[in-house]
Write a protein that binds this ligand. Sequence first.
Ligand code: ADP
Ligand code: NI
Length: 214
Amino acid sequence: MTQEEQLMAYAEKVLGQDASGHNMDHIRRVVATTKTLLARTPVADATIAVAAATLHDTYDDKLVTDVAAAKAQTVAAMTHAGLTAAQQSAVIAIIDHMSFKASLAGKQPLSLEGQLVQDADRLDAIGAIGIARAMMYGGAHGSRLYDPALAPRHQLDASSYRQGESTIINHFHEKLLHLAAQMNTPAARKLAAHRQQVMQDFLEEFAAEWRGEK
Ligand code: ADP
Ligand code: NI
Protein backbone atom coordinates (compact mmCIF):
# COMPACT_ATOMS: atom_id res chain seq x y z
CA MET A 1 0.00 0.00 0.00
CA THR A 2 1.21 3.50 -0.73
CA GLN A 3 1.38 6.04 2.08
CA GLU A 4 -1.78 7.65 0.73
CA GLU A 5 -3.62 4.30 0.69
CA GLN A 6 -2.52 3.57 4.24
CA LEU A 7 -3.95 6.87 5.48
CA MET A 8 -7.18 6.28 3.54
CA ALA A 9 -7.47 2.81 5.10
CA TYR A 10 -7.06 4.40 8.54
CA ALA A 11 -9.78 6.99 7.82
CA GLU A 12 -12.02 4.17 6.64
CA LYS A 13 -11.39 2.28 9.86
CA VAL A 14 -12.45 5.31 11.93
CA LEU A 15 -15.32 6.61 9.77
CA GLY A 16 -16.38 3.50 7.90
CA GLN A 17 -18.58 2.18 10.72
CA ASP A 18 -21.24 4.59 9.56
CA ALA A 19 -23.54 2.19 7.68
CA SER A 20 -24.49 4.77 5.03
CA GLY A 21 -20.81 5.32 4.26
CA HIS A 22 -21.54 8.97 3.59
CA ASN A 23 -18.61 10.19 5.65
CA MET A 24 -16.11 8.23 3.57
CA ASP A 25 -17.77 9.42 0.37
CA HIS A 26 -17.25 12.99 1.63
CA ILE A 27 -13.58 12.23 2.44
CA ARG A 28 -12.96 10.76 -1.04
CA ARG A 29 -14.53 13.81 -2.70
CA VAL A 30 -12.51 16.24 -0.55
CA VAL A 31 -9.30 14.35 -1.45
CA ALA A 32 -10.20 14.43 -5.16
CA THR A 33 -10.96 18.16 -5.06
CA THR A 34 -7.79 18.82 -3.05
CA LYS A 35 -5.82 17.15 -5.87
CA THR A 36 -7.54 19.33 -8.47
CA LEU A 37 -6.64 22.43 -6.44
CA LEU A 38 -3.05 21.16 -5.98
CA ALA A 39 -2.63 20.77 -9.74
CA ARG A 40 -3.52 24.45 -10.08
CA THR A 41 -1.48 25.61 -7.06
CA PRO A 42 2.02 24.24 -7.76
CA VAL A 43 3.77 25.69 -4.69
CA ALA A 44 1.60 23.70 -2.25
CA ASP A 45 2.96 20.49 -0.68
CA ALA A 46 0.83 17.62 -2.01
CA THR A 47 1.75 15.07 0.68
CA ILE A 48 0.64 17.35 3.50
CA ALA A 49 -2.53 18.55 1.75
CA VAL A 50 -3.70 15.06 0.72
CA ALA A 51 -2.96 13.65 4.18
CA ALA A 52 -4.92 16.46 5.86
CA ALA A 53 -7.85 16.01 3.45
CA THR A 54 -7.87 12.26 4.14
CA LEU A 55 -7.69 12.60 7.93
CA HIS A 56 -9.70 15.80 8.49
CA ASP A 57 -12.69 14.10 10.16
CA THR A 58 -10.84 11.36 12.07
CA TYR A 59 -11.00 13.20 15.42
CA ASP A 60 -14.03 15.42 14.89
CA ASP A 61 -16.18 15.65 18.03
CA LYS A 62 -19.28 15.04 15.87
CA LEU A 63 -17.93 11.65 14.87
CA VAL A 64 -15.81 10.31 17.75
CA THR A 65 -16.50 10.23 21.50
CA ASP A 66 -12.92 10.59 22.83
CA VAL A 67 -11.30 13.36 20.75
CA ALA A 68 -7.89 13.25 22.51
CA ALA A 69 -7.58 9.48 22.06
CA ALA A 70 -8.71 9.69 18.43
CA LYS A 71 -6.17 12.45 17.75
CA ALA A 72 -3.36 10.34 19.27
CA GLN A 73 -4.44 7.43 17.06
CA THR A 74 -4.37 9.67 13.99
CA VAL A 75 -0.80 10.70 14.84
CA ALA A 76 0.11 7.01 15.30
CA ALA A 77 -1.41 6.19 11.91
CA MET A 78 0.72 8.92 10.30
CA THR A 79 3.85 7.57 12.01
CA HIS A 80 2.97 4.08 10.81
CA ALA A 81 2.51 5.38 7.25
CA GLY A 82 5.96 6.98 7.41
CA LEU A 83 5.19 10.70 7.59
CA THR A 84 7.98 12.75 9.13
CA ALA A 85 7.44 14.59 12.41
CA ALA A 86 7.34 17.88 10.52
CA GLN A 87 4.71 16.56 8.08
CA GLN A 88 2.65 15.24 10.99
CA SER A 89 2.58 18.56 12.82
CA ALA A 90 1.69 20.37 9.60
CA VAL A 91 -1.27 18.01 9.08
CA ILE A 92 -2.46 18.31 12.71
CA ALA A 93 -2.25 22.12 12.57
CA ILE A 94 -4.45 22.10 9.46
CA ILE A 95 -7.10 19.80 10.96
CA ASP A 96 -7.14 21.76 14.24
CA HIS A 97 -7.64 25.10 12.51
CA MET A 98 -9.68 24.46 9.37
CA SER A 99 -13.13 23.89 10.87
CA PHE A 100 -15.82 26.53 10.93
CA LYS A 101 -15.75 26.45 14.74
CA ALA A 102 -11.96 26.94 14.88
CA SER A 103 -12.04 29.78 12.37
CA LEU A 104 -14.61 31.55 14.58
CA ALA A 105 -12.62 30.89 17.77
CA GLY A 106 -9.29 32.31 16.70
CA LYS A 107 -7.45 33.87 13.83
CA GLN A 108 -4.85 31.15 13.54
CA PRO A 109 -3.63 31.48 9.94
CA LEU A 110 -3.86 28.35 7.83
CA SER A 111 -0.88 27.17 5.80
CA LEU A 112 -1.33 27.20 2.03
CA GLU A 113 -2.02 23.45 2.18
CA GLY A 114 -4.61 24.09 4.90
CA GLN A 115 -6.25 26.73 2.77
CA LEU A 116 -6.59 24.23 -0.10
CA VAL A 117 -8.11 21.56 2.13
CA GLN A 118 -10.52 24.03 3.74
CA ASP A 119 -11.54 25.16 0.25
CA ALA A 120 -12.07 21.55 -0.88
CA ASP A 121 -14.16 20.83 2.23
CA ARG A 122 -16.33 23.90 1.63
CA LEU A 123 -16.63 23.13 -2.10
CA ASP A 124 -18.19 19.81 -1.08
CA ALA A 125 -21.10 21.71 0.52
CA ILE A 126 -22.00 23.63 -2.67
CA GLY A 127 -22.90 22.93 -6.31
CA ALA A 128 -24.74 19.77 -7.36
CA ILE A 129 -23.20 17.77 -4.50
CA GLY A 130 -24.14 20.54 -2.08
CA ILE A 131 -27.76 20.45 -3.27
CA ALA A 132 -27.88 16.67 -2.87
CA ARG A 133 -26.28 16.78 0.59
CA ALA A 134 -28.69 19.45 1.81
CA MET A 135 -31.66 17.33 0.65
CA MET A 136 -30.24 14.23 2.37
CA TYR A 137 -29.53 16.14 5.58
CA GLY A 138 -32.96 17.75 5.62
CA GLY A 139 -34.64 14.43 4.86
CA ALA A 140 -32.78 12.69 7.66
CA HIS A 141 -33.73 15.48 10.11
CA GLY A 142 -37.36 15.72 9.04
CA SER A 143 -37.01 19.30 7.76
CA ARG A 144 -39.62 20.86 5.52
CA LEU A 145 -38.52 21.30 1.94
CA TYR A 146 -39.67 24.87 1.32
CA ASP A 147 -41.97 27.58 2.55
CA PRO A 148 -42.30 30.60 0.25
CA ALA A 149 -43.37 32.74 3.21
CA LEU A 150 -40.00 32.11 4.88
CA ALA A 151 -37.50 32.33 2.03
CA PRO A 152 -35.12 33.92 1.61
CA ARG A 153 -33.84 34.58 5.08
CA HIS A 154 -30.16 35.29 5.44
CA GLN A 155 -29.59 34.95 9.16
CA LEU A 156 -28.02 31.84 10.59
CA ASP A 157 -30.27 31.14 13.52
CA ALA A 158 -29.91 27.79 15.25
CA SER A 159 -33.16 28.21 17.17
CA SER A 160 -35.20 28.39 13.99
CA TYR A 161 -34.04 24.87 13.09
CA ARG A 162 -35.12 23.59 16.49
CA GLN A 163 -38.52 25.17 16.17
CA GLY A 164 -38.89 23.82 12.66
CA GLU A 165 -39.14 27.35 11.30
CA SER A 166 -36.49 26.93 8.69
CA THR A 167 -36.49 24.79 5.57
CA ILE A 168 -34.00 22.97 3.39
CA ILE A 169 -34.27 25.70 0.75
CA ASN A 170 -33.62 28.32 3.42
CA HIS A 171 -30.34 26.56 4.29
CA PHE A 172 -29.06 27.77 0.91
CA HIS A 173 -29.77 31.38 1.85
CA GLU A 174 -28.53 30.97 5.40
CA LYS A 175 -25.26 29.22 4.57
CA LEU A 176 -24.57 27.60 1.24
CA LEU A 177 -24.83 30.70 -0.97
CA HIS A 178 -22.25 32.46 1.26
CA LEU A 179 -19.50 29.85 0.94
CA ALA A 180 -18.23 30.84 -2.53
CA ALA A 181 -17.17 34.24 -1.19
CA GLN A 182 -15.14 32.55 1.56
CA MET A 183 -12.74 30.57 -0.65
CA ASN A 184 -9.04 31.10 0.16
CA THR A 185 -7.39 30.31 -3.17
CA PRO A 186 -7.89 31.46 -6.79
CA ALA A 187 -8.26 27.87 -8.03
CA ALA A 188 -11.08 27.27 -5.53
CA ARG A 189 -12.76 30.58 -6.31
CA LYS A 190 -13.05 29.49 -9.92
CA LEU A 191 -14.64 26.14 -9.06
CA ALA A 192 -16.88 27.83 -6.49
CA ALA A 193 -18.17 30.38 -9.01
CA HIS A 194 -19.41 27.59 -11.26
CA ARG A 195 -20.98 25.70 -8.35
CA GLN A 196 -22.62 28.92 -7.15
CA GLN A 197 -24.27 29.31 -10.56
CA VAL A 198 -25.50 25.71 -10.40
CA MET A 199 -27.19 26.45 -7.05
CA GLN A 200 -28.66 29.75 -8.22
CA ASP A 201 -30.09 28.13 -11.37
CA PHE A 202 -31.52 25.33 -9.23
CA LEU A 203 -33.16 27.75 -6.78
CA GLU A 204 -34.67 29.78 -9.61
CA GLU A 205 -36.07 26.69 -11.31
CA PHE A 206 -37.31 25.36 -7.98
CA ALA A 207 -39.23 28.54 -7.14
CA ALA A 208 -40.75 28.75 -10.65
CA GLU A 209 -41.91 25.12 -10.52
CA TRP A 210 -43.26 25.68 -6.99
CA ARG A 211 -45.44 28.47 -8.34
CA GLY A 212 -46.53 26.18 -11.16
CA GLU A 213 -45.00 28.40 -13.78
CA LYS A 214 -42.78 25.91 -15.61
P1 ADP B 1 -19.88 20.00 7.86
O1 ADP B 1 -19.32 20.29 9.22
O2 ADP B 1 -19.03 19.05 7.05
O3 ADP B 1 -20.34 21.21 7.08
P2 ADP B 1 -22.60 19.47 8.62
O4 ADP B 1 -23.03 18.35 9.48
O5 ADP B 1 -22.74 20.88 9.12
O6 ADP B 1 -21.16 19.12 8.14
O7 ADP B 1 -23.38 19.39 7.27
C1 ADP B 1 -23.34 18.25 6.45
C2 ADP B 1 -24.11 18.57 5.18
O8 ADP B 1 -25.47 18.81 5.51
C3 ADP B 1 -23.61 19.82 4.46
O9 ADP B 1 -23.65 19.62 3.07
C4 ADP B 1 -24.59 20.88 4.90
O10 ADP B 1 -24.78 21.90 3.95
C5 ADP B 1 -25.86 20.11 5.11
N1 ADP B 1 -26.68 20.75 6.16
C6 ADP B 1 -26.28 21.14 7.40
N2 ADP B 1 -27.29 21.73 8.06
C7 ADP B 1 -28.35 21.71 7.23
C8 ADP B 1 -29.72 22.17 7.32
N3 ADP B 1 -30.19 22.76 8.40
N4 ADP B 1 -30.53 21.98 6.24
C9 ADP B 1 -30.07 21.36 5.14
N5 ADP B 1 -28.80 20.90 4.98
C10 ADP B 1 -27.96 21.08 6.01
NI1 NI C 1 -15.34 17.70 5.79
